[in-house]
Design a protein around this ligand. Structure first.
Ligand code: MN
Length: 307
């Protein structure tokens, strides 16, 4: 693809499951694109009135080979994991959980939450670190102004601000709220590819409209991204980026591995409640059973070759 083009990744609705299933809008992975940098999963949800959607109530479940990033615009989620972490996920604060070799956790919106709105993202771990010990990091970035926008950098570096949250590959994650009718030019790392997820507003990325819930992708090679908001109210976006992740990965359920056998082993360890994933305290219900494996061998995914 020409590096001047912006590729639009359209969201699809996915029910999260459960009795009053909350629905999320998923832009990664999809057929056209598996990863942006090491970002391999992007769910966008809300604003949902919890009284109608049921909110978030995810029973104990495992992860391996990845990190989860929770970033909220409104509402609050209670996080518990097998590291012993008991944390609140609040708007404007990143919670990054490293699954590494294995972790389990629960996510439940708090009783005081009336509207739930945010993103849930995953980061694939590179082969050298995919069995890293489980870990949890929290950070509340200080919001700051650039010409035309308010910015919160939760991972990596943008507009002179750097997040202290550690990652295993070069990554960017930032909330950029563009002023009504404003344009903002952001200097970016030309080694990075980027994805601009639009939450709300009439947003153009380098001249291409990106509708709410969609993601505009740009290939490496750019030094500046131009974000424009043509609406008469602020437009909220989340900018993701990273150096292209060249390894093939196998994604199934909550696991990332490199082979079908990795997935079989992780699933089997969860089903027999192995120490690999530990256990989570304080959840009033059963753990989530793993779904049945598909009959076919799970094949690796990789980004399509550059056109
Ligand atoms: Mn999870």
């Amino acid at each position: 693809m020409d590096h001047t083009e912006v590729e639009i990744l359209t969201a699809r609705d996915v029910p999260l499951g459960g009795p009053r299933a909350m629905t999320v809008r998923r832009t990664l992975p999809q057929r056209a694109r598996t990863l942006i940098g090491a970002w391999c999963f992007a769910d966008h949800y809300g604003p949902d009135r919890v009284a109608e959607s049921g909110g978030m109530d995810v029973a104990p479940h495992p992860h391996t080979g990845l990190q989860t990033v929770s970033w909220l615009f409104s509402g609050e989620i209670e996080h518990r994991d097998s590291l012993g972490t008991h944390a609140s996920v609040r708007p404007g604060e990143i919670n990054l959980m490293t699954g590494g070799h294995g972790i389990s956790h629960t996510e439940v919106s708090t009783p005081d939450t009336t509207v739930l709105h945010g993103v849930q993202l995953w980061v694939a771990l590179p082969d050298a670190h995919r069995h890293a010990p489980r870990d949890f990091q929290h950070h509340a970035p200080r919001p700051f102004r650039v010409d035309g926008a308010e910015v919160r950098v939760f991972l990596g570096t943008l507009a002179g601000a750097t997040s202290p949250v550690r990652t295993f590959t070069p990554l960017l994650g930032a909330e950029v709220v563009i002023d009504a009718g404003a344009a903002v030019a952001l200097d970016v790392d030309p080694d990075f590819e980027h994805g601009l997820l639009v939450d709300d507003g009439d947003v153009h990325l380098d001249g291409t409209p990106v509708r709410p819930a969609d993601l505009g992708y740009t290939a490496p090679g750019r030094t500046t991204l131009l974000l424009r908001n043509t609406s008469d109210r602020p437009a909220r976006t989340v900018l993701l980026g990273g150096t292209p992740f060249e390894e093939e990965i196998v994604m199934w359920w909550n696991f990332i591995g490199r082979s079908h056998q990795d997935i079989v082993e992780a699933r089997e360890a969860w089903e027999r409640a192995s120490d690999r994933f530990g256990s989570v305290d304080g959840y009033p219900g059963d753990r989530l059973p793993a779904p049945a494996l598909p009959n076919a061998v799970i094949t690796p995914r990789k980004n399509p070759a550059r056109r």
